[in-house]
Design a protein around this ligand. Structure first.
Ligand code: NAP
Length: 273
C-alpha cells in the first residue's frame, strides 16, 4: 500500500500524514511549493500529478473543482484505487443547490462518483481552526475579541479528528462509497469558545459584541464577500439553537472526538503573545 497525501502541509493534511506514519503505511507527501521531503504537485495543474501518483494506490485530496477532471484522468492512468476527499458538510445543508461553497464541493464529489475510482467523502462542519483567523491576532495583541452574535452556537471540529477519519478510510476496509458528515462533539456558544481559549492561555479575554453591519466591515477586511455572508448567516441562525453534533469520529475510529477545550490547549501558543 502506498498513499499520497496532497496538501500535507495543511492543517488537516499534516495530521493525515502523521496518522499514516503511526499506522505504518508507506506514503508520500505533496505541496505546491518545493520543500524538503515533499513532491511538488498541484491538483489544478494535471501535468504535475503523474510524478506524485506513480506507484500509489490511494490518495487524500482537497476539493479543487478546477482540477478534478485532470486529477481523475491522472489517477486512472496511475492505477490509483481509492481517493479520500476532504469535502464539506455544506453539501448536505438545506439550500445546498444555491450555496456556492456546497456547489463547488459537490462538483468534486460528482466527478469522483463518476470516475470509476473508489471514493470516500469526509464532509465536515465548522473547523476549530477558523477561530485562529478570526480571533488569534486580537487575542494576542489586545486580549479581546470583537464578534457579532456571541451567543450563536457552533460545534467546531478538531483537525486531528478529520484526519483520523481520513486515515481510517485510507487504511481500513469498508469505507469505499461512503460519505461521512462530521460535526464537533459539543455545541458551544462563541462566548464559550473564547472562554476555553482564555483557560488554555491563562488569560481573561474580553468579548465585545459587534452589530451585523460592523461585523460585515470587520470581516470583509480579510474574507471574501461570500465567506462573510456565509458566516453571518450561520451565526445569525445559531443564536439560541444548539448546533448539530455528531458521533462520526468515535463510531469510525473507536476513539472519542477532541473537545474544543482540548483544541484550545493544543493551540495555546497560537493565541499567546
Ligand atoms: N474552514 C472550515 O470551516 C471548513 C469547513 C468544511 C470544509 N472545509 C474544507 O477544508 C479545506 C481547508 O482545509 P485546511 O484547514 O486543512 O486548509 P489549509 O490548512 O489552508 O491547507 C490547505 C492545503 O491545501 C493545499 N492546496 C491548496 N491548493 C492546492 C492545490 N491546487 N493543489 C494541491 N494542494 C493544494 C495546500 O498545500 P500547499 O500550499 O502546501 O500546496 C495546503 O496544504 C477548505 O478548502 C474546504 O474545502 C473547511
Amino acid at each position: 500500500m502506498v498513499a499520497v497525501v496532497f496538501g500535507a502541509r495543511g492543517s488537516v493534511g499534516r495530521h493525515v500524514a502523521a496518522g499514516l506514519a503511526e499506522a505504518g503505511v508507506r506514503f508520500r507527501v505533496t505541496s505546491r511549493e518545493s520543500a524538503a521531503g515533499f513532491v511538488v504537485a498541484d491538483l489544478e495543474r494535471p501535468e504535475t500529478l503523474p510524478a506524485a501518483l506513480e506507484g500509489a494506490d490511494r490518495a487524500f485530496i482537497y476539493a479543487k473543482p478546477e482540477g478534478i477532471d485532470g486529477f481523475v484522468a491522472a489517477a486512472r492512468d496511475a492505477g490509483l484505487r481509492h481517493v479520500v476527499l476532504l469535502s464539506s458538510g455544506a453539501v448536505v445543508n438545506p439550500g445546498a443547490d444555491r450555496d456556492p461553497i456546497a456547489i463547488s464541493h459537490r462538483r468534486v464529489e460528482t466527478a469522483l462518483e463518476e470516475s470509476g475510482l473508489e471514493w470516500t467523502f469526509i464532509r465536515p462542519g465548522m473547523f476549530a481552526t477558523n477561530t485562529l483567523w478570526w480571533w488569534a491576532r486580537s487575542i494576542r495583541e489586545e486580549g479581546r475579541v470583537r464578534m457579532p452574535y456571541p451567543e450563536a452556537q457552533t460545534a467546531p471540529i478538531h483537525e486531528k479528528d478529520m484526519a483520523a477519519l481520513a486515515v481510517t478510510a485510507l487504511t481500513r476496509p469498508g469505507h469505499a462509497g461512503q460519505a461521512y458528515t462530521v460535526y464537533g462533539p459539543e455545541s458551544l456558544t462563541q462566548r464559550e469558545l473564547v472562554k476555553h481559549i482564555g483557560n488554555a492561555i491563562g488569560r481573561d479575554i474580553r468579548v465585545e459584541e459587534l452589530t451585523p453591519e460592523e461585523a460585515r466591515v470587520e470581516l470583509g477586511r480579510t474574507m471574501p464577500p461570500l465567506g462573510v455572508e456565509t458566516m453571518m448567516r450561520v451565526w445569525a441562525s445559531g443564536v439560541g439553537v444548539p448546533a448539530r453534533t455528531s458521533t462520526t469520529v468515535p463510531d469510525l475510529t473507536g476513539r472519542p472526538a477532541h473537545t474544543f477545550a482540548q483544541w484550545a490547549h493544543d493551540h495555546a501558543s497560537d493565541f499567546s503573545s
